[in-house]
Design a binder for this molecule. Sequence first.
Ligand code: KIV
Ligand code: ZN
Length: 388
Amino acid sequence: MADQLIIFDTTLRDGEQSPGASMTKDEKLRIARQLERLKVDVIEAGFAASSNGDFEAVQAIAAAIKDSTVCSLSRANDRDIARAAEALKSAARARIHTFIATSPLHMEKKLRMTPEQVLEQAKQSVRFARNLCGDIEFSPEDGYRSEMDFLCRVLETVIAEGATTVNVPDTVGYAVPELYGNFIRTLRERVPNSDKAIWSVHCHNDLGMAVANSLAGVKIGGARQVECTINGLGERAGNCSLEEIVMAVRTRKDYFGLDVAIDTKHIVPASRMVSQTTGFVVQPNKAVVGANAFAHASGIHQDGVLKARDTYEIMRAEDVGWSANKIVLGKLSGRNAFKQRLQELGVQLDSEAEVNAAFAKFKELADRKSEIFDEDILALVSDETVTD
Ligand code: KIV
Ligand code: ZN
């Protein structure tokens, strides 16, 4: 059986950090239930110490979700960690995710701490968290821009203190795939106790490479957890998109040698739910969940797909939750697609000559109208048809 890649969804935490995407407790709970239906391994439900509202949302999700691990983010200090543990008290499976920045820039300018102070705080925080919860994730924020030797020391230390997952964020989306993959691999090779923890990737999409970087972290680096969000929602340009990474690994199992536990037929409903809740529209050409992801407009493609779907489809629309693929009739459509639509509409033309005449009228109309709907077709054949 293929090794499993852990899917850690952070729509409700990093996704919510997207300007304008804030969600109520009830909205978060609804999305969390959909994530559970999807069989996401870990749901990052929020940042319990950030507000009373987020504390209550994490608490409600922890109480309701049974099959996925529920996680709360927390800064690397005792107060935040205790608050996260409190919110997660009733979870069937709980995880505390604690983080502190480790890049020279963040340590000096933002935290105003020395590397030794950061190292000590990471150590003490994981030690404190480990007494409250058996499942601890540690993230060195801005990890990808951190200095390799220092990052190795930090990660070795937190693993020794009991961190069960170590996550290496590309916080500002600066990485490129090969370099990020090699970065993870070097870390895993150099941290002496690296095999005591699961390695995770968390990539932002500032240069549009979050999915590619995450996949490189898995393939080259050997990471076994990916952090992602529905529709790629997240801070600034967003995070690695769940639907893309999941379908990449599932569709190219031959290459990655891994699989995911995700029940993919719930992907499109999850995408719609997140879009409707946040008001963030999904672009039509978005992979997997965009309205055009399984739509065919050109005559050559339509003809191919009608003969054998694999000619132009590498995944099945139905497998990700669409009811079917789409043959969009317009000026590029061919006679075969037109004939097929007539059949679907129950329209019977008596001869090939009548089909040709109707097809000519259709082409004429399509030059004036960008998409031809079923009603248009019914209208243009109405004089010469017999319908059942
Ligand atoms: O992008 C980031 O660095 C984060 C961490 C808190 C994991 O979201
Ligand atoms: Zn992030």
